[in-house]
Design a protein around this ligand. Structure first.
Ligand code: AMP
Ligand code: MG
Length: 369
């Protein structure tokens, strides 16, 4: 496996050639890192499923970097007029960006990319390096998140290296992902459209452009009963290795500290209130775990002020309660905490509006049931 920088034009050219030749390239996008393969090459697509251990019924998102590439991927003419107009308006407003649209599938797209569905998921990422890579390759790259199936999504190149290692041919490093949660998946083949996965563009922002969406987002399905609308929406997903439970703010404030557990507060207010109820001064947060210490127990050096077991281990998603900041830090903090050898992670839910819906969706799925 080669580990290269996406800032290096030569590296991007090498990676694009690798994609065109049917190899796998992990690359940064503004949401999370993707595991890319040429969408027109079924062998390369099969390698993506194998590398991730992803079930074949879970379709892939096709990434384009030029609206013209859409013609090869989707057949907008098959949509009703109202849906076609919505599609055009949403693309004009949110592309490039973290919005994936489910559209009627184009004839060139192999079955493996869509799991045999008559529809295809398409996104135009905003990351300039990702765009260069896609344009220099075949122009349409299937890319699920670059993590083993069911695990935390990678927001850094190091997460990809740890999770997939030599199962990927090239990893392009572009630093931490800006948005931090995956794209919103919106089904435009239904009227009204339906959110299949909350993500980087909130329901509220989509409704401003497309009108009212179906009230309920797609419910989480199970591995055994494949939900028709969005096969990948499994109840347990995005899971750390450490046991995780999610809590409302009220529940959080009523929790007593148990040594060995780690707490992720949504904001500074919540942290301060919790330490006040514990009648403890607020200690400095545990320092971020460097990826290389993953899996190691918290060393005494990480918390020099007192014995580690007497200091509550905590981090805060966003000191000021900013949802974008919390989303950007979500997987990062979960990855870090997962490397500390904690007995359990307790995470506070975000307010359920805007990006909070995507954050809470990921936290609940990380909890499993
Ligand atoms: P990932 O790229 O792994 O973060 O997940 C992409 C998700 O998009 C999948 O798990 C599916 O649930 C959803 N998806 C992809 N293609 C389709 C499609 N044709 N219809 C409905 N959902 C889809
Ligand atoms: Mg994923």
């Amino acid at each position: 496996m080669q580990f290269l920088s996406i800032e290096d034009d030569n590296a991007v050219r090498i990676a694009a050639e690798a994609l065109s030749a049917g190899l796998l390239v992990a690359f940064p996008t503004e949401t999370v890192y993707g595991l890319g393969a040429d969408v027109f090459n079924p062998k390369a697509l099969a390698a993506v499923f194998a590398a991730k251990g992803r079930p074949r019924f879970d379709p892939l998102i096709v990434h384009i970097a030029d609206p013209a590439a859409l013609e090869r991927i989707a057949r907008l003419s098959l949509l009703e007029r109202a849906s076609r107009e919505r599609a055009a308006a949403l693309m004009a407003r949110f592309w490039p960006g973290p919005l994936t649209l489910i559209l009627p599938r184009g004839g060139e797209v192999p079955d493996l990319a869509t799991s045999g569905l008559p529809t295809v998921a398409v996104r135009f990422p905003a990351h300039p390096g990702a765009q260069r890579l896609i344009r220099l390759s075949t122009g349409a790259i299937a890319a699920p998140s670059a993590n083993p199936f069911g695990r935390l999504s990678p927001t850094r190149a190091e997460h990809v290296r740890e999770g997939l290692g030599d199962r990927v041919d090239i990893i392009l490093d572009g630093g931490p992902a800006e948005v931090g949660v995956e794209s919103t998946v919106l089904d435009l083949c239904t009227d009204p459209p339906r959110i299949l996965r909350p993500g980087g563009i909130s329901r509220e922002r989509i409704e401003e452009i497309a009108g009212s969406l179906a009230a309920e987002s797609c419910g989480a399905g199970s591995l055994l009963s494949v939900p028709a609308a969005s096969p990948g929406m499994l109840k347990s997903h995005y899971a750390p290795r450490t046991l995780l439970s999610v809590h409302s703010r009220e529940e959080m404030l009523a929790l007593d500290y148990r040594p060995g557990e780690g707490i992720l507060f949504f904001d500074g207010t919540s942290r301060d209130a919790w330490f006040a109820t514990q009648k403890m001064p607020v200690p400095p947060p545990v320092p971020p775990a460097v990826s290389s210490v993953r899996g190691m127990p918290l060393s005494p050096g990480a918390a020099p002020q007192a014995k580690p077991e007497t200091i509550p281990v905590y981090r805060v998603f966003s000191e000021g309660g900013d949802l974008s900041e919390a989303a950007a830090k979500l997987f990062e903090l979960l990855h870090d905490f997962d490397g500390l050898g904690l007995s359990r992670i307790r995470a506070e839910l975000a307010p359920d509006t805007g990006l909070g819906a995507a954050i809470n969706d990921r936290l609940r799925r990380a909890q499993g049931v």
